[in-house]
Design a protein around this ligand. Structure first.
Ligand code: HAM
Length: 436
């Protein structure tokens, strides 16, 4: 039976690679004071119809369950998170710093960096409107990627602010009354999101009802990116001032500026974003983003019919694009390989040279395992040479030979081939010191 397209089997080696990513994500998120949460794999379809919008709704794995409910496999976490926080907001001290590492499902066309099932780290901060929160999020995002041995030569965080485009519409509305309100902004952002991937004729057709052109959009982008360099243009301009503060007041002192670029053509495809948004790209290739996120200050209010109104921001980072980048980056690949080698290797392999000594060998196996040593042994009788071969294949650091010399045993360090004969009761302590 064939696998479904876009789904993966995780053989032990694939599982180890996946664990490397998940463990690194968890370790860095915890270092930044984020705490882990999770939600259900299946949600009511309406959750995504109302809150995700855009492309994601067309990519849902949805069906009617046996109770006639229209449900969907989760394609992302943000609507679930907003629902959870809105339901129990009072139980938590703000700002919340929460993370999760769930598996998601999207019916996309399978290609490099894009599957129908993937893991995605989410880090979100809820209840803080200050630029300090945007910076904290971007900082954890950068350190997350550095945790894999990636550097500023390998990836870039492109920062933007959707409000720049609200300003663009306001200015154009003054010039021509064809230019629309908030639905106009949605149309504009959807065009900008695709503009570099489609011919201008297509973009211009879509922009026509707004009374603007692709050329004007590009000119506005350049003008506003330049404005960010001038303190007089920033003063009194909230969209630029917020971004300027994120970059210069909060990320500059952490020495993270070399990872950043301002690019107002980044607007994000999802419906709920407000204000600052960002995406992370591989520096050398123009592939799918490694991660993306931003502010969604209105989503909790929308989710709770106005009862809970908390500013929020977060990002998602997928495992598929990240694994490709790690494999293509020699230093990151070497770090992964070293981790895999450690992960695969046993600490100790017990060689049972005399089958009559199996009970004593089992007692020793037990003591070593209780002491925390990753210990293995032959389950059935085997030639000594074969047992040493297995020890090598398992990447064991030590062998302990139980045989004729009992109650003395031979401890061998496989890397140096050095051997010592010591009493059985000293093995655990000997290996503990030798292993350091
Ligand atoms: P997103 O841009 O849809 O954002 O996804 C974030 C990342 O997940 C992408 O940059 C990509 O690496 C990965 N990803 C998405 N779809 C696929 C796929 N089909 N196959 C492989 N990887 C994929 C969100 O999901 C937002 N909810 C993130 C967020 C959290 N915003 C605020 N908090």
């Amino acid at each position: 039976m064939q696998l479904l397209p876009g789904f993966r089997d995780f053989f032990p080696d694939d599982c180890a690679r996946r664990n490397y990513i998940l463990e690194t994500w968890r370790a860095v998120a915890r270092r930044y004071g984020f705490v882990e949460y999770d939600g259900p794999v299946l949600e009511p379809m309406a959750l995504y119809e109302k809150k995700s919008g855009g492309e994601i709704v067309g990519q849902l794995f949805d069906f009617t369950d046996k109770g006639a409910r229209h449900v969907a496999m989760r394609p992302e976490m943000t609507p679930t998170l907003a629902r959870m926080v809105a339901a129990r907001e009072r139980d938590f001290k703000k700002p919340l710093k929460w993370f999760c590492v769930p598996q998601f499902f999207r019916y996309e066309k399978q290609q490099r960096g894009r599957l129908r099932e993937f893991y995605q780290l989410n880090c979100d901060i809820i209840g803080e409107a200050s630029p300090a929160a945007d910076a904290e999020l971007v900082a954890v995002l950068i350190d997350m990627l550095r945790g894999f041995g990636l550097t500023e030569k390998d990836f870039v965080v492109r920062l933007s602010n959707r409000d720049v485009w609200a300003n663009f519409l306001i200015q154009n509305r003054e010039k021509s009354d064809t230019c629309a309100d908030s639905s106009g902004l949605e149309t504009l952002l959807a065009v900008i999101d695709k503009m570099e991937r489609q011919p201008d004729t297509v973009s211009n057709k879509l922009l026509e009802p707004l009374g603007v052109s692709a050329e004007q959009v590009r000119a506005w982008k350049d003008e506003w990116q330049n404005k960010l360099m001038s303190s007089s243009a920033i003063a009194g301009n909230p969209a630029l001032a917020h971004l300027h503060e994120v970059i210069h007041s909060h990320l500059g002192p952490r020495n993270l500026q070399q990872f950043l670029e301002v690019d107002f053509s980044i607007v994000r495809g999802l419906a709920y974003y407000t204000g600052v948004v960002f995406e992370v790209f591989d520096r050398s290739k123009n592939e799918r983003a490694l991660a993306g996120g931003g502010r969604y200050d209105k989503l909790l209010s929308l989710m709770s019919d106005g009862k809970v109104d908390l500013p929020a921001l977060g990002f998602g980072m997928g495992d598929v694009v990240l694994a490709n980048l790690i494999n293509d980056t020699p230093a990151a690949k070497a770090q992964l390989d070293a981790w895999l080698a450690r992960e695969r290797s046993a600490d100790v392999y017990i060689i049972i040279a005399k089958e009559e000594r199996r009970p004593e060998a089992l007692a020793l196996v037990q003591r070593l395992r209780e002491a925390g040593q990753r210990t293995d042994f032959p389950l059935t009788a085997a030639k000594i040479g074969k047992q040493f071969q297995t020890a090598e294949q398992l990447g064991a650091r030590f062998t302990v030979l139980v045989g004729d010399e009992w109650p003395q045993v031979k401890v061998k360090t496989l890397a140096t081939r050095g051997e010592v004969l010591i009493p059985d009761e000293e093995v655990v302590a000997h290996i503990a010191t030798a292993a350091i």
